[in-house]
Write a protein that binds this ligand. Structure first.
Ligand code: NAG
Ligand code: NAG
Ligand code: NAG
Length: 554
């Protein structure tokens, strides 16, 4: 942080020792004893004071630095202003505080109106690149401008616009509506927060093949992800049941959609990617081959081994790989993220061993069906790599032929424990999604199990831990559509989000005391923002509450 934005060093030390003595005063009716900080996920380092500040509904944005003028920052500021001041608008008042803030805020008498009149956002880099590992760190300071002046200031400083977005989310969580004064307040000021994520990859998967999700719903999911600081939407677009995506090079593929209305045009896909980018979220597309691809053959039956045996894709034909190549060329234009998921899971090769022409092809090459599975996966990897992508594959590929996989491969765990330890031991990078904890369609997994699962479990060497790029919660779509998807995702996804963002040592201990009240609070925050997050205490996820009661206790 630059000197003029920082509290002077003695003050910072003083604040650190003050630490958190009072709760953030969550909504009326709920009482939360103890020194908890109601921010989710918990920032890496912070300290706070004991003052309550009012925030001007005409809160002004003062952007600075090479990236401060980015439209992404302006849009995000306006979006968060809408969230923070949902209740009680400014009514056209122009506050004295704002005038003082705009004038530089040093001279003259203090405004009677509001303590915090503006938010300064300083972004050092002008780049809007959103790659894996982009700097998401930020500093958020809400304090007296020179440590003793009567004028307060709020400043977010970040190296990239994406760090600033994370800071804006934190700022919005500090702002609470006070029903007595009917104004927005910040408690426990001054605040000094220095934050950055523990893992670079913090993903959520959605499945639009088992059930189609309308664009608006995907946007709601993305928007809600940004509240918990997720940064990758893994879009499992197509599977055996339906093929909703338009592929211009092979225009018959989306004949495999459930209906003419359950489809995504190329323009829809662009819109989703851009919507996500403006929230600091990458979209990683998945084309799951060679299993999970039956729907492809509705438009191109040659892809099936035979009309009666339709999966996996026909390994013998050049057409199969030509089509994959054309499809990935089309998708490369839509999905700029550096990672691309090639699936590779649950490949049942019975159709290969029972279909005469495939059987002959295998015999001619002295190839087993397992060998053909390897051949297929490696060929698909080569295609993805030739388009400039890093391939991600489900763990079965690693379990079946670890030495043959391209060394760039990122192994995606799901079946159980021990896979990331084995993958990183062989030098591969890994994404943790152990289904016992992070499969959101497993409705009987309680939030505690989601929360305590750790991506580097079983990996002790720090250099190997670094190869675990993060983790992902998976929202498989067999029993989730628009009617229930958000309440299945939330609040349990939030438990994983904090695991992926916050320092491990800060979120250990007795989580009934340190995390549960905060998770209740975050669930109610999601509800206030219009997200249909289900009660935290549900025995089975996504069910309605069992009876009357406060949001903060259910
Ligand atoms: C299929 O591709 C291979 C390798 O590129 C080539 O040698 C072969 O002639 C092609 N087969 C047909 C039928 O085009
Ligand atoms: C076929 O493969 C098997 C097992 O890999 C090997 O023992 C055998 O020699 C091979 N036969 C030919 C004709 O290549
Ligand atoms: C954690 O705290 C709760 C609530 O006070 C208590 O019931 C429980 O026994 C504690 N658990 C452990 C492991 O100390």
């Amino acid at each position: 942080m630059k000197n003029h934005d920082a509290p002077n060093p003695p003050l910072a030390i003083l604040l650190f020792t003050l630490f958190t003595l009072l709760p953030l005063n969550p909504a009326a009716g709920a009482s939360h004893a103890g020194p908890l900080t109601y921010l989710w996920p918990l920032p890496a380092d912070f300290n706070s004071g004991e003052q309550t500040l009012s925030v001007d509904p005409d809160l002004a944005l003062v952007a600075d630095g090479n990236g401060g003028k980015s439209a992404i920052i302006k849009d995000a500021f306006d979006r968060y202003k809408g969230i923070i001041f949902k209740r009680g608008g400014s009514g056209g008042r122009r506050s004295l505080a704002l005038e003082r803030f705009a004038a530089g805020g040093r001279k003259g008498k203090r405004s009677a109106s509001y303590d915090v009149a503006g938010l300064k956002i300083v972004v050092h880099s002008g780049s809007e690149d959103l790659a894996l590992g982009v700097d998401e760190s930020y500093k958020l300071f809400i304090g007296k401008s020179d440590g003793q002046s009567i004028v307060w200031e709020a400043t977010i400083e970040a190296n990239t616009i994406y760090g600033a977005l994370r800071g804006l989310e934190t700022f919005s969580q500090l702002c609470v509506f006070d029903y007595g004064t009917k104004s927005v307040q910040i408690h426990k000021a001054p605040w000094f927060i220095q934050d950055k994520p523990r893992f670079n990859y913090r993903g959520m998967m959605i499945d639009t093949s088992r059930h189609y999700l309308p664009i608006e719903v995907i946007k709601q999911i993305i928007e809600s992800m940004s509240y918990a600081k997720f940064n990758v939407l893994h879009w499992h677009i197509i599977d055996e049941q339906s093929f909703p995506l338009e592929v211009p090079s092979y225009p018959k593929l989306w004949k495999g959609s459930y209906s003419n209305w359950e489809r995504y045009t190329v323009e829809d896909a662009y819109e989703i990617v851009n919507f996500a980018k403006s929230r600091g979220i990458n979209v990683m597309a998945e084309v799951d081959v060679p299993g999970h691809a039956e729907s492809w053959g509705v438009g191109y039956p040659d892809l099936w081994p035979s009309s009666s045996c339709r999966e996996p894709l026909d390994v013998t034909k050049n057409f199969t790989f030509d089509l994959i190549s054309g499809m990935l060329s089309d998708m490369r234009k839509i999905f700029p993220f550096g990672l691309f998921h090639l699936g590779g899971d649950e490949v049942n090769t019975d159709c290969w061993s029972s279909t005469p022409h495939v059987k002959k092809w295998l015999a001619d090459r002295n190839m087993t069906t397992k060998g053909a599975y390897e051949y297929f996966v490696l060929k698909a990897q080569e295609i993805a790599i030739s388009k400039g992508w890093i391939p991600v594959n489900w763990e079965e590929t690693f379990n079946a032929f670890p030495s043959a996989l391209n060394p760039k491969t990122i192994v995606h765990n799901w079946l159980g424990g021990g896979v990331c330890p084995a993958a990183v031991a062989k030098g591969f990078r890994c994404i943790f999604s152990n289904q016992g904890f992070w499969y959101l369609d497993h409705l009987d997994v309680p939030w505690e199990d989601v929360y305590t699962a750790d991506p580097v479990e079983g990996i002790h060497d720090a250099s190997k831990q670094k190869l675990v790029i993060g983790g992902e919660v998976c929202m498989w779509g067999e029993t989730a559509d628009t009617s229930d998807v958000l309440q299945t995702i939330w609040p349990r996804a939030a438990a994983a989000a904090e695991r992926l963002w916050s320092k491990k040592e800060d979120i250990s201990g007795n989580i009934t005391l340190t995390a549960l009240p905060r998770l209740h609070y975050f669930r109610c925050l999601l509800n206030r923002r219009g997200v249909a997050a289900a009660p935290v205490n549900n025995k089975y996820a996504r069910q309605p509450p069992t009876g009357p009661g406060s949001c903060y206790l259910q």
